[in-house]
Every structure is written in structure tokens, then in C-alpha cells.
Design a protein around this ligand. Structure first.
Ligand code: F3S
Length: 63
């Protein structure tokens, strides 16, 4: 499983890196979130899914 952020949709609210910093971080140049290109560790999956569910604009996909 990996995380994906649709940068077009992201409004840069900053929630996902605060919920799951292991996977999500802010791109300081665009002000949008990006997902690290790594396999999500089992012990991080729940946090990543929380971020997916709580993103206000549904910009996150975990797949
Ligand atoms: Fe953007 Fe949603 Fe994260 S708006 S900063 S992808 S919680």
C-alpha cells in the first residue's frame, strides 16, 4: 500500500502530515501535501487511513 495526494485537489490544510508524518509531508514550494514514495509500514497504515478519511477535500488515496 502507498499513499497518493492529488495536488490539484489538495488545499494545503496541513492535516495529513500532522496525522501521519511518516507518509505525508508538505511541499514548501507548492504549499500542497505530497506522499512519500514508500510502502506504508503495517504499523502506520491506520494513521495513513485516518489522514485519508479526514482530508477535507478527499485528496488522498491509499492503495
Ligand atoms: Fe491537502 Fe488534504 Fe493533506 S487538503 S494537506 S491532502 S489533508
Amino acid at each position: 500500500m502507498k499513499g497518493f495526494v492529488d495536488e490539484e485537489t489538495c488545499i494545503g490544510c496541513g492535516l495529513c502530515p500532522s496525522i501521519c508524518p511518516e507518509i505525508f509531508e508538505m511541499n514548501n514550494e507548492t504549499g500542497k501535501a505530497i506522499a512519500k514514495d514508500i510502502e506504508i509500514p503495517d504499523n502506520t497504515l491506520e494513521d495513513a487511513r485516518d489522514a485519508e478519511e479526514q482530508c477535507p477535500v478527499e485528496a488522498i488515496d491509499i492503495k
